[in-house]
Design a protein around this ligand. Structure first.
Ligand code: ASP
Length: 291
């Protein structure tokens, strides 16, 4: 075990379908939590861990992000992602990005290689090109959207990861294909710093659910402010933020890790795919309560 607490939470999206097995996702998330543990025990930075875990979630095709994304109503794949370093409060995001394997890698390039926080559409593509990020040559064969019933509620499997490293640094990353059957050009909460993604010196947060409600309630930023100013625990603050989302008519889930290794993963949707690495080294994964 590391001297200072290390911890990590990852999610594969809020909402689960009844009568469907999530065994592959749960096994995959469990394995990734193990990978995060190895990285954090080696002393790797929280920022590198969240980027690497979200990349693995993106390329797996098991969630509605990266390879598993669903097309918009024009049959195009527009993806959003964000990453934030809690120590420096630097952040990078891409919105409605098309044609690249890893939006989270592109978000990190925005953070580190530009003076900006977010690039959208073709501007994000241009940056990805400049840094030779891996392209999707044939969207029709690359993407593997999950089959969903017609009456499926609109939000589903965004991915995200929050981590605390052995130097006390926090970081958050979120990536998504967005909501199912979304309108072309629609951007959700995930790339909006303070809505779907946030990290500071107190807490790192990643949200999932119907993004419009998380934007309108400033979910991640509000939870972080409650921790900073009201001294709530991450669990209390995230539950409060989810209640506000609910008041507006939405639902979803929030994962968070606090600077002392406090873990939170509340949801008010029908379950949330998620895995946890606790400071004592224990790993849990599941789609319902598994603490
Ligand atoms: N929050 C995401 C969005 O609105 C969707 C999700 O979490 O599944 O784009």
């Amino acid at each position: 075990m590391a001297d200072n607490p290390i911890a990590m939470v990852l999610h594969g999206g809020a909402g689960v379908l009844a009568n469907r097995s999530y065994d592959p996702e749960v096994a995959h998330m469990h394995e990734l939590a193990g990978q995060a543990k190895v990285m954090l025990e080696k002393g790797q930075a929280a920022l590198d861990v969240v980027e690497s875990i979200v990349y693995e979630l993106e390329i797996s095709g098991l969630y509605v992000a990266g390879k598993g994304s669903s097309p918009n109503t024009d049959n195009r794949y527009e993806l959003d992602a964000a990453i934030m370093d809690g120590t420096t409060r630097e952040a990078g995001a891409v919105a409605a990005m098309e044609g690249y394997v890893s939006p989270i890698h592109a978000a990190r390039k925005v953070m580190e290689e530009t003076p900006h926080v977010m690039l959208a559409g073709w501007g994000a593509n241009k940056l990805a090109d400049k840094y030779r990020l891996e392209k999707v040559d044939n969207p029709a064969s690359y993407y593997k959207p999950a089959a969903v019933p017609d009456n499926r509620p609109i939000a589903t499997g965004t991915v995200g990861c929050v981590a605390l490293d052995d130097k006390g640094r926090l970081a958050a990353a979120t990536s998504t294909g967005g909501t199912l059957k979304k309108t072309p050009g629609r951007v959700g909460d995930c790339p909006l710093i303070g809505s779907g993604t946030w990290a500071d010196t107190e807490v790192a947060i990643s949200c999932t659910g119907q993004g419009e409600y998380f934007i309108r309630s400033l979910a991640a930023g509000t939870a972080a402010a409650r921790i900073r100013y009201l001294h709530e625990t991450p669990d209390e603050a995230c539950r409060w933020a989810l209640k506000d989302v609910k008041r507006l008519g939405g639902d979803g889930g929030i994962i968070a890790v606090g600077r002392g290794g406090q873990i939170a993963f509340p949801y008010n949707s029908e379950g949330m795919k998620c895995a946890v690495l606790y400071p004592d080294g224990r790993i849990t994964a599941g789609v319902q309560d598994h603490s």
